[in-house]
Design a protein around this ligand. Structure first.
Ligand SMILES: Cc1cc2nc3c(=O)[nH]c(=O)nc-3n(C[C@H](O)[C@H](O)[C@H](O)COP(=O)(O)OP(=O)(O)OC[C@H]3O[C@@H](n4cnc5c(N)ncnc54)[C@H](O)[C@@H]3O)c2cc1C
Length: 392
């Protein structure tokens, strides 16, 4: 039987970040680390289907700090990964608008973000109109705008940088599927579809939207499930150059859009009682665009009255149904089973911080840099949600 110090189940951006940070942590030097990914093509992986946004406009200090870790890496990408490293970071900001009854909350959130060093401006309506003349401000009281440090990037490129560096540092990358987990108080073994079994000292769940299913193999409940989200690609011939430089703009209704080259991406998370069925990512609901996305979009950006949907795709949010926040840390009763799951639509920008945190817990037994205790599994046991107000 093969043996590993750490098995990482799932090789998307989160599993790749865990592998990378373990491979660079002196405490884990010489350890055998195995990353297992069932699909080398990453066909359904959320990382490959993400919109790639990165922002500091969160309401939970941990979420702000986690995005700042990724931003810090972007600022030193070449120094970390080499001169050619590129994640296509477009630093065009986020513009998150609030209606009159959301003004106080927005101001509170922006004050927290600013107190943590984020370059977020609280704009009144006149200032929104001045900076973004293509926008209709009806029903908007104010907006938070990330002047620097926010925008979007290519999550697949960052995941590949992590994976390549991890492999160069000795991590074994195995294409196989975890089908069973042997537990006796602790995780003992991981069985694979190929018939192999690996005895392991630590197991990291990095299975994304399938993390709940992976946990179930160990008899552990994790409230993480796939939620289908659609991204529509729209072409707008009349869009001005200024609109092509727009930030990722979030309407009070939840409808969002951002430029992507000469076209635009847009979408909206459905209401809780309107969640579409999961299972077929090729099934695209164009009626949802017609009825729930486009009317709001055209009301907010009048030139979008005339757009053409040129493409669309679907992917899964890795939704933590307790509170839409990540679960990071060990299981209290199975202490060598670690979670890096439930990012609920903000995992691309949090993967680096999550990977580093797991490497610290595995290598040192405690967080060394960012204290993410509040994101631990204990809140699931205690049914005590840690709510994030800015989920898009
Ligand atoms: C439409 C959309 C838009 C998004 N927009 C943003 C955004 O703007 N900003 C942001 O930060 N985040 C965004 N996200 C969320 C972000 O993409 C995810 O949170 C992140 O990619 C999760 O990474 P992961 O590595 O955990 O999951 P994944 O990328 O899904 O990787 C998990 C991997 O685990 C593998 N796996 C599962 N089970 C097993 C098993 N039993 N054995 C072996 N391998 C297994 C899967 O094959 C998969 O490759 C978006 C997501 C979607 C779908």
């Amino acid at each position: 039987m093969d043996t590993a110090d750490v098995v990482i189940a799932g090789g998307g951006i989160v599993g790749s970040a865990v592998a990378y940070f373990l491979s660079t942590d002196a405490a884990s030097r010489g350890r055998r680390i195995v990353l297992i990914e069932r699909d080398p093509g990453y066909r359904e992986a959320s990382t490959a289907r993400s919109a790639g946004g990165i922002r500091q406009q969160f309401s939970t200090p941990e979420n702000i700090a986690m995005s700042q870790v990724t931003l810090g890496m972007f600022r030193q990408l070449s120094a970390i990964f080499g001169a050619d490293a590129d994640v296509a970071f477009r630093e065009q900001g986020y513009l998150i608008m609030a209606p009159p009854d959301g003004h106080a909350l927005l101001a509170e959130n922006v004050a927290l973000q600013q107190s943590m060093g984020a370059d977020i401006a609280l704009l009144d309506v006149a200032e929104i109109g001045r900076r973004f003349p293509w926008l209709a401000t009806d029903g908007v009281a104010a907006a938070g705008f990330g002047q620097t440090g926010e925008g979007w990037f290519d999550p697949t490129s960052l995941a590949m940088l992590f994976r390549k560096a991890a492999a160069a540092n000795g991590v074994s990358i195995v294409h196989d599927r975890v089908t069973a987990i042997g537990v006796r108080g602790r995780i003992e073994t991981v069985a694979l579809a190929s018939g192999k079994t690996i005895a392991c000292h630590n197991l990291v769940n990095a299975a994304g939207a399938w993390a709940g299913a992976l946990s179930a193999l160990a008899g552990v409940k994790l409230p993480v499930e796939p939620r289908k989200r659609l991204v529509y690609v729209i072409d707008c011939r009349e869009a001005s150059d200024a609109l092509h430089l727009a930030p990722l703009t979030v309407d009070p209704s939840g409808v969002w859009f951002r430029p992507e080259g000469r076209v635009f991406l847009c979408g909206k998370s459905p209401e809780e009682n309107e969640e579409p069925p999961v299972g077929d990512l090729d099934a695209i609901d164009h009626i949802f665009f017609e009825q729930q996305v486009w009317p709001q979009l055209a009301a907010r950006v009048p030139v979008f009255e005339s757009v053409k949907v040129t493409n669309a795709w679907a992917g899964y949010y890795d939704t933590n149904t307790l509170d839409q926040n990540a679960v990071i840390g060990p299981h209290p009763e199975v202490p060598n089973f670690f979670f890096a799951n439930g990012f609920s639509g903000h995992g691309a920008q949090q993967a680096a911080a999550a990977g580093r945190a797991i490497a610290e817990l595995v290598g040192h037994g405690a967080f060394q840099t960012l204290d993410l205790t509040r994101l631990g599994y204990a809140r699931i046991v205690n049914n005590a949600p840690l709510a994030e107000r800015n989920v898009i």
